[in-house]
Design a protein around this ligand. Structure first.
Ligand code: 1GP
Length: 270
């Protein structure tokens, strides 16, 4: 879909006051239709990007169907908004970005991909192996790569286990600083500090604050962020993007989802 004049990377790295919000949708957790409905609620609430990914064993077909359904819904909304230019509608020019668990969960319907090195993994597959397998497909699909250093912090959850990560503990501020410097020296534009989906505690603000002292990186933080206070703390420490997934997945209705997301999105700028 058309994401305007800027590349997705330029949009993502554009300096902003406060932070912006990303809704993560795991294609394994609902049908593509429900994923699209959830994504539309998220955008109405002010989410500025949709990530698609999460589970490690989702077939390409399901990832593709989910990306396509979200893109179609966004295009319909964008068309409707263009028919009524005076309305105070949401911005529907929203990137749909793959957040892959490996080279399998790719789709040409995405605008971009967080092309990640799981920097504190002890397995070659997550450092460079999956990336080497996936790169030719991304080239063929024309999906924009967002060069991302991905660092898993305690408690780490499933991604910490599957990714065989040497977890960054809450007091490891010098270590996280070294990872951030390393990410910058590799030429990555994004640094994603991850506590693991559904984590019982988010990334410690001291880690975020230390990573944020390295300029030239756009800092994403996710995992276990549930309340407005969690979000404010992460943003206050220097996060530029807040990623949430579980609060979307376990909302019992679209109304509940709206209520939750509005609280978190508002906390990104307050
Ligand atoms: C997972 O950081 C994301 O990769 C989102 O985590 O599901 O805990 O919101 P939650």
């Amino acid at each position: 879909m058309n994401v305007g004049e800027l590349t997705v990377l330029e949009k993502v790295c554009r300096p902003t006051k406060g932070a912006r919000h990303i809704t993560l949708i795991d294609p394994a957790k609902q049908t593509p239709e429900v994923a699209a409905q959830r994504a539309m609620v998220a955008v109405e609430c002010g989410s500025a990007m949709i990530f698609v990914g999460g589970s490690t064993d989702t077939p390409d077909k399901v990832v593709h169907a989910t990306c396509s359904a979200i893109q179609e819904a966004l295009e319909l909304r964008m068309f409707a908004a263009s028919q009524n230019p005076t309305s105070e509608e949401a911005d529907w020019d929203i990137p749909v970005v793959l957040f892959p668990g490996g080279a399998h969960a790719l789709s040409p319907a995405a605008d971009a991909i967080t092309f990640m090195m799981l920097m504190n993994s002890t397995k070659r597959a997550f450092l460079v192996g999956e990336q080497v397998r996936g790169a030719p497909y991304l080239e063929q699909f024309g999906v924009e790569a967002l060069p991302t250093g991905y660092v898993v912090c305690a408690p780490g959850g499933r991604v910490g286990e599957v990714g065989a990560a040497e977890l960054i503990q809450s007091t490891d501020v010098e270590k996280v600083h070294a990872y951030a410097l390393c990410a910058k020296m590799f030429g990555f534009s994004l640094l994603y500090l991850e506590a693991g989906s559904g984590a019982d505690a988010p990334v410690h603000p001291d880690l975020i604050a230390k990573a944020a002292t390295v300029d030239g990186l756009t800092l994403l933080v996710g995992g276990g962020l549930r309340t407005a206070a969690d979000v404010r703390q992460a943003v206050g420490a220097g996060a530029k993007w807040i990623v949430t997934g579980t609060i979307t997945e376990d909302a019992s209705s679209m109304d509940e989802l709206r209520e939750r997301l509005l609280r978190l999105v508002n906390a990104c700028s307050n």
